[in-house]
Design a protein around this ligand. Sequence first.
Ligand code: UTP
Length: 301
Amino acid sequence: MDTIRPVRKAIIPVAGNGTRFLPATKAMPKEMLTIVDRPVVQYALDEARQAGIEHIVFVTGRNKQAIQDHFDDAPELISSLSRSGKDAQVSELEAMLPAAGTVSFTRQQAPLGLGHAVWCARDLIGDEPFALLLPDMICHGPRGCMAGLMDLYGSTGGNVVGVEQCAPEEASKYGIVGKGHTVPHGFAVTEMVEKPKQGEAPSNFFLNGRYILQPEIFGFLARQQRGAGNEIQLTDSMLKLSQTQPFHAHPYAGRTFDCGSKQGFIEANVAFALARPDIGGMVFESVRDMVLSHQGRIHAA
Ligand code: UTP
């Protein structure tokens, strides 16, 4: 078996328009929308670091300066908090900050699609396997999804994708993989289909926005034509790569929320708030009361 090369770098693409979240995203990046009290993009960075990633490449674009500022030092804020004795907040802000030299930013001048965004990071990644985390897909569970992908990759090498099961009638909304033989931490992927027609999905395992890819993907991305939505699609190049390299899938044990959609974003806020020791109890009572009163109104109508 070929040597399995370590995964040291991750790409986090943040250059999309976030049109599904307008008008909130008119002047603010959708990756800075907050889940409880942290921006969406912070969750992806934390998950990558938890999985042992050493260097993050952000692919950024127009109107995304707030993301760079979020991961930068804030000396005036820190001294003001220190003067007020808010030491816990100072420690929290300092712990969030990536170590010097462990984050790079490159630019996608126009949002031509996820495949194009990944290709924009090619020089910073170089000739090595890399992780890819879509920041608007937020994983909620005892362990980050990327750590599970690393476990699987450690035994199979090649390319690895994160998957989760959806209701069969929902499969046409997602990228779906076919399930082959079982391996430790996952299974072999037999096929990949982007948004299959109703009743034609090979399984109900959908791609949840977590990937480990070999650098040969960049060669396919360089030549990739526009696909669905007139965008350069990552899945189209992954399909070509799968003709020559193995793909395996890791079923995530937690739940992934699509925070690029309004419903997923609200659900993520509720799920993360319920799990928080400081506010979980109050949020539970409040949500329960709202649901009961809503049900009451429906029955009365
Ligand atoms: P999405 O397709 O969910 O983001 O891409 P979007 O295009 O911003 O969303 P809508 O459909 O317009 O609402 C997943 C991730 O890939 C990034 C996005 O910023 C998001 O984090 N992305 C997408 C890019 O960096 N560049 C692109 O051209 C497209």
